[in-house]
Design a protein around this ligand. Structure first.
Ligand code: SF4
Length: 458
């Protein structure tokens, strides 16, 4: 749920056809639209005739670029990144984009995802004499690309893709080019947009960034594809190896913004359908359906529609805290729920409630919410999770806890219900989730343990 699984990263790249127009301010606006994907650091690399300027820092995009005039970030090509550190440390050095100089010229890269062979790659590169400046696995990708620099950027990227295993979406700029890459499983999203006046292209993690820049959606980058944008337009390099789409279903369940369309599917509609399926699984007598905001809202609306029980707001989220708000001791953590989420007593008092959350990972925050609702006079509290039991960890860039810390591994659904202090607990079944997914093109490994590739430990 909301603050138990952390976001991964968001990437964006802007190419403006007119070399006299600046791309960095547009990337900055795009980062605002992608901020939900990571709040630890933000950065922009601007490419001015092949010369790279970089600015990055810890915090939200608005904090990192406060008062920024962008004069120091010239050029018609720029890439940006917002980060939640799933691999490497959370220091500003490991913030992205990463930039380097290689035989081909100056290069900058922004990465979303996690490599499963990061350690062996780093060891191999270190043995070859490569010096690392960060602890991030993205630096290994940058080095692998640069190793084959003498044979051209395409060869460099193909070389890296042949060696790296795991999840990666890359946005790269070098010379006069903006480049997008998606791993052969398409675990995380990357879309292509075009400015309405035909003045250039955008690559972004989610379509919500295209909307923010008043650009139109062109298409998603396909798994294993490399797209290169330069003055000749957009060129696609089809994958040379077997690829099969396995989009992370958590993108649909929680990460992506509900107004985004990911691989042709509306995130809002996906969540609403999950809520409708949930309602069909078991009949609950209740007065009000409410959501844990924000990610539980579309599923709660779907549940209300399908069950005929009215939807209403019972919790108001404090929008000014940010998801990184941390309190050091358990007592304070429990108090934090009341700071983060206030109850609307008028809607709760004396009512039988159905409360929908997107997922249950550790259950500690949800437990605090249930107790908060009881204190506000709720008569019954029926908890529904709009996804199945989370029983397996992720190795692809989503920061789930170790398996033994997942509540569905530690406890049975009855024990979880008791732990939460709820009157009943219902999970969306795997079968219902599969029905919402339709074609089997999603990674659902945290629910069913079927990873799309071999992972180090299960
Ligand atoms: S294991 Fe879970 S979180 Fe990780 S990519 Fe697969 S569905 Fe997403």
């Amino acid at each position: 749920m909301s603050d138990e699984i952390h976001e991964e990263c968001g990437v964006i790249g802007v190419y403006r056809n007119d070399v006299n127009k600046q791309a960095a301010p547009l990337v900055y606006y795009g980062l605002y639209a992608l901020q939900h994907r990571g709040q630890e650091s933000a950065g922009i690399a601007a490419n001015h005739n092949g010369v790279m300027e970089l600015k990055k820092g810890l915090g939200l995009a608005g904090e990192v670029f406060r008062g920024e005039t962008f004069e120091g970030l010239p050029g018609n090509i720029a890439i940006g990144h917002v980060r939640y550190s799933t691999a490497g440390d959370g220091s500003v050095r490991s913030a992205q984009p990463l930039a380097a100089s290689c035989r081909l010229g100056e290069i900058a890269l922004a990465h979303n995802g996690n490599l499963i062979n990061a350690d062996s790659l780093r060891e191999m590169l270190t043995d070859e004499g490569v010096i690392f400046h960060t602890t991030s696995d993205s630096e290994s990708i940058l080095n692998l690309i640069c190793q084959h620099g003498s044979r051209g950027i395409e060869a460099g990227i193909k070389n890296a893709m042949s060696l790296i295993k795991g999840a990666y979406v890359l946005v790269i700029t070098i010379n006069d080019k903006l480049i997008g890459v998606r791993d052969p499983y398409g675990l995380h999203p990357l879309c292509i947009g075009k400015f309405h006046d035909d003045s250039g292209y955008i690559l972004a993690s989610e379509t919500c960034a295209l909307e923010a820049l008043d650009a139109e959606f062109v298409r998603d980058v396909t798994p294993g594809e490399i797209v290169i944008i330069d003055k000749e337009g957009l060129k696609s390099i089809e994958p040379s190896r077997w690829c099969r789409k396995n989009l992370c279903v958590f993108e649909m369940v929680y990460f992506a913004r509900p107004d985004s369309i990911v691989d042709g599917v509306s995130v809002y509609e996906f969540r609403r359908q999950c809520g409708m399926k949930l309602a069909g699984q078991r009949k609950i007598e209740a007065d009000l359906v409410m959501a844990v905001p924000d990610s539980g809202i579309p599923a709660a609306i779907g549940y209300a529609e399908a069950s005929g029980i009215p939807y209403g707001e019972g919790l108001i989220k404090n929008k000014y805290m940010g998801r990184t708000f941390i309190l050091p001791v358990q007592e304070q953590r429990e108090a934090a729920v009341k700071i983060k989420l206030a109850t609307i007593k008028h809607n709760i008092n004396g009512k039988r409630l159905i409360i929908i959350d997107d997922s249950i990972v550790r259950g500690t925050t949800l437990r605090g919410i249930v107790s908060h609702l009881r204190d506000s006079g709720a008569k019954e509290i029926h908890v529904c999770a709009a996804s199945p039991e989370v029983k397996y960890s992720c190795y692809f860039g989503i920061d789930t806890p170790h398996r033994e810390k997942l509540i569905a591994v530690q406890k049975s659904p009855e024990e979880i219900c008791e732990f939460l202090g709820a009157d009943s607990l219902t999970y969306l079944s795997l079968e219902s989730l599969s029905q919402v997914c339709g074609e089997d093109t999603y990674c659902k490994a945290c629910f069913d343990g079927k990873y799309p590739m071999e992972v180090p430990v299960n």
